[in-house]
Design a binder for this molecule. Structure first.
Ligand code: IMP
Ligand code: MG
Length: 181
C-alpha cells in the first residue's frame, strides 16, 4: 500500500467519513424506493466499491446490473466519445432504475447512460453518484443523490483509478500532479 500512498498529495475523504456518508445515502434510497424493487445499474469499473457498500446499506429487495463504457484511457479528461463495452443483462422495462456512478466530471458519461437507459422505457431513472465536480459540467444534468461535492481535482481510491491503478485504496485522495503530468 505504501507505494500507492506515496503518490497521494492529500486525503480528501477517509474510510470512516465515506462509510458514514454511504450509509446515509443507503438510508435515503431505502426510504425513496420502498416497495419499488429497484435495479441498481453500476457503471464499471469505478463504481464497484461504491455499489457494494451502498447496496449493503439498503434495507429493501433490490437487483443489481452492470454497464461498462469506453473509458478515459490514460488521460485524465473525457474524450466525449462514449461506447457501450458490456451491456446490461436485466430487462429495464417498467422497472425503477438507479444509476450508480463513482464521479461526475463533464457529465457526458452520466448523460449518456441516462439517455441509454431511458430509451429502454423503465418506470423511472435516477442518478446516484459518490463524487460530484459541478464546476466541470458540460451538459445540463440533474444528479439526484450525491455523496460529496468536490472541486476540479483529479482524485483516486475507493474504486476510482488513474490508468487502472489506485482503485484499492480504502480512502479518496488527490493524486500528485507529477504522477500524471
Ligand atoms: P465525465 O464523463 O467527464 O463526467 O467523466 C466521468 C468518468 O470519468 C467517471 O466515470 C470516472 O471514471 C472518470 N473520472 C472523472 N474524474 C475523475 C477523477 O477525478 N478521478 C478518476 N476518474 C475520474
Ligand atoms: Mg467511471
Amino acid at each position: 500500500m505504501d507505494t500507492l500512498n506515496r503518490d497521494i498529495f492529500r486525503v480528501l475523504f477517509d474510510e470512516r467519513c465515506i462509510e458514514k456518508r454511504v450509509r446515509e445515502l443507503g438510508a435515503i434510497l431505502s426510504k425513496d424506493y420502498y416497495q419499488k424493487n429497484p435495479i441498481l445499474v453500476c457503471i464499471l469499473r469505478g463504481a464497484v466499491v461504491f455499489l457494494s457498500d451502498l447496496m449493503k446499506s439498503m434495507t429493501l429487495p433490490l437487483e443489481i446490473d452492470f454497464l461498462s463504457l469506453s473509458s478515459y484511457g490514460r488521460s485524465t479528461k473525457t474524450t466525449g466519445m462514449i461506447k457501450v463495452r458490456k451491456d446490461i443483462d436485466l430487462i429495464m422495462k417498467d422497472r425503477h432504475v438507479i444509476i450508480v456512478e463513482d464521479i461526475v466530471d463533464s457529465g457526458l458519461t452520466l448523460q449518456f447512460v441516462y439517455d441509454y437507459l431511458t430509451n429502454l422505457t423503465p418506470k423511472s431513472v435516477s442518478t446516484c453518484v459518490l463524487l460530484n465536480k459541478p464546476s466541470q459540467y458540460k451538459v445540463d444534468l440533474k444528479v439526484d443523490y450525491i455523496g460529496f461535492e468536490i472541486g476540479d481535482e483529479f482524485v483516486v481510491g475507493y474504486g476510482l483509478d488513474y490508468a487502472e491503478k489506485y482503485r484499492n485504496l480504502p480512502y479518496i485522495g488527490v493524486l500528485k500532479e507529477d504522477v500524471y503530468k
